[in-house]
Design a protein around this ligand. Structure first.
Ligand SMILES: C[S@@+](CC[C@H](N)C(=O)[O-])C[C@H]1O[C@@H](n2cnc3c(N)ncnc32)[C@H](O)[C@@H]1O
Length: 252
């Protein structure tokens, strides 16, 4: 079973290695995550049509289990949800792939970054009803795509870069000592730093797609512009995926 990184939205992010692997696959497992994510599922199908040179492959949907976000026992609810998801992966692999069958999950960006595919495959193996080997084909992450579109480098000379989430930034658990890449942020968490002098932001939504929006500049000056561009885009498309780099300006 391959976990194939497909890049962050531009079909041309797909690597030659990924195309080679995709052409060897019989069954593509597509995890259905609800109406918000339909456009992302669609892109996966387009990638198959564009790069696979035969028609001997099948698409098998795996509906993602409903997650009870209001559960009082939050940790227990998340655990249960993970177990159920792994069970569905296990069952799909066992029923859809033969003895020497080759399957694949097409993973947004790269499987190494804020993605649960590898953990779910490991849990599916641990279920003990089916055995398979996992091979990972790396893809271009949204972080690399963002840096490229802003023609910037993630770290400063000899410096560190940290990748974090909007939630951790809001909770003050990710500090701006390092250059900071923020993902999974539905709440424009950069606003908390907008009052600080000398902070710069490089923001991108739908990077690599025709809807791409890029805004960069001093955070104090562009924070509101980003917030309203994000809100309008969300309204227009029904969903938005954005990532940004924050850094403190270093004056000589
Ligand atoms: C569940 S994570 C998956 C990350 C993915 N594995 C990767 O390598 O980029 C989803 C987050 O990735 C970021 N993201 C993914 N695609 C993006 C894109 N085309 N433009 C901007 N941000 C993107 C957003 O921060 C989004 O909330």
């Amino acid at each position: 079973v391959y976990a194939i990184g497909i890049g962050a939205g531009d079909p041309e992010h797909v690597t030659v290695q990924a195309i080679g692997a995709m052409n060897a696959v019989e069954v593509f497992f597509v995890v259905e995550k609800g109406p918000d994510k339909r456009a992302l599922e669609q892109l996966r199908l387009e990638i198959c049509e564009r790069y696979i040179e035969h028609d001997r492959y099948r698409i098998v949907a795996i509906p993602d289990p409903e997650r009870d976000r209001d559960a009082t026992a939050y940790a227990a609810a998340v655990r249960e949800w993970r177990v159920e998801r792994a069970r569905r992966y296990e069952q799909a692999i066992a029923t859809e792939l033969g003895e020497d069958g080759v399957g694949a999950f097409l993973v947004w960006g790269d499987p190494s970054l804020y993605d649960s595919t590898l953990a779910s495959l490991e849990a599916a193996l641990a279920g003990g009803h089916v055995t398979f080997e996992v091979e990972v084909i790396p893809g271009i992450t949204s972080v690399q795509a963002l840096a490229a579109r802003h023609r910037t480098v993630l770290n400063r000379v000899g410096g560190d870069v940290r990748i974090t989430t909007g939630r951790r930034l809001r909770e003050g658990r990710a500090k701006l000592d390092d250059d900071l890449v923020v993902m999974l942020d539905a709440e424009c968490s950069f606003k908390a730093l907008a009052g600080e002098e000398g902070v710069e932001i490089y923001w991108g939504a739908y990077v690599g797609t025709p809807q791409e929006i890029l805004i960069a500049g001093p955070l104090a000056e562009v924070a509101e512009e980003i917030e309203s561009a994000r809100a309008r885009a969300r309204e227009r498309n029904g969903w938005v995926m954005d990532t940004y780099l924050l850094r403190r300006r270093r004056d000589r």
